[in-house]
Design a protein around this ligand. Structure first.
Ligand code: GTB
Length: 215
């Protein structure tokens, strides 16, 4: 039986694939594992049946054979362990790929999310411009380090891995603002990730949900 994940019934991103079911879908596609999706509404996410799966009442969740998981990073790590394609067989290389997964979510992503939160919650405040500039400097600091480490390599550490999948997913959040373009090798890295057939399939699957919801 296929694993089942949850995703927004009506994603606020209008089909741009910015919600966190997208990296999970991408991981399934990379390893060639088919999956089912249960769509949930914002109200449904807060109901006891969903909170039993996800303590914070969010998407995505993962269910398979009695195992329930939440947190997109943990789900991607689990999927990467099911079949080859996202984690190297060599133990050291595998551990390094997992380091990149954590780096994406706990080192690079936080200031990127702060920028979005500040825009949504503080943009009418007198201090907003100063705060936004400070957050952008924190983002640049991370992007500068990442750009130097990537250099002219194709992926972060050898073959494409779950570390790249999560890092590219994080960087996509700033691809439409000038920040990412200041680092041409990172912009090219994101474009390479998005050109992968597995990414395209995942993107199209979530886009189909948007089109169906639009009617
Ligand atoms: N750390 C968790 C994970 O990685 O799984 C975070 C999960 C999370 O933030 N889920 C969001 C959610 O369920 C959806 S993805 N929100 C509903 C709620 O909390 O009540 C975050 C997201 C939502 C929308 C956009 N967008 O519109 O662009 C982008 C990202």
């Amino acid at each position: 039986m296929n694993p089942t994940i949850t995703a927004f019934e009506n994603s606020p991103d209008e089909g741009e694939g910015m919600a966190r079911d997208m990296p999970v879908r991408w991981a399934f596609e990379e390893v060639g594992q088919s999956y089912d999706v249960r769509l949930v509404s914002f109200a449904g996410m807060k109901q006891p049946a969903h909170v039993a799966l996800h303590p914070f009442g969010q998407i995505p969740t993962y269910e398979a054979g009695g195992l329930t998981l939440f947190e997109s990073g943990a789900i991607v790590l689990h999927i990467a362990g099911l079949r080859p394609g996202l984690l190297p067989a060599d133990a050291g290389a595998r551990a390094r790929a997992i380091s990149w997964m954590f780096a994406a979510l706990s080192t690079v992503e936080p200031p990127i999310v702060d920028r979005e939160v500040a825009w949504f919650t503080e943009r009418d405040k007198s201090w907003y411009d100063e705060r936004a500039a400070a957050i952008e400097e924190r983002i640049r600091s991370r992007l500068g380090d990442l750009s130097r480490r990537l250099g002219d390599a194709e992926w972060l550490d050898g073959d494409f891995s779950a570390g790249d999948l999560l890092m590219i997913s994080v960087l996509r959040r700033i691809e439409d603002v000038p920040l990412l373009g200041e680092y041409p090798n990172l912009a090219a890295y994101v474009a390479r990730g998005k050109a992968r057939p597995a990414f395209r399939r995942a993107f199209e699957a979530q886009y189909a949900v948007f089109l169906a919801a639009k009617g």
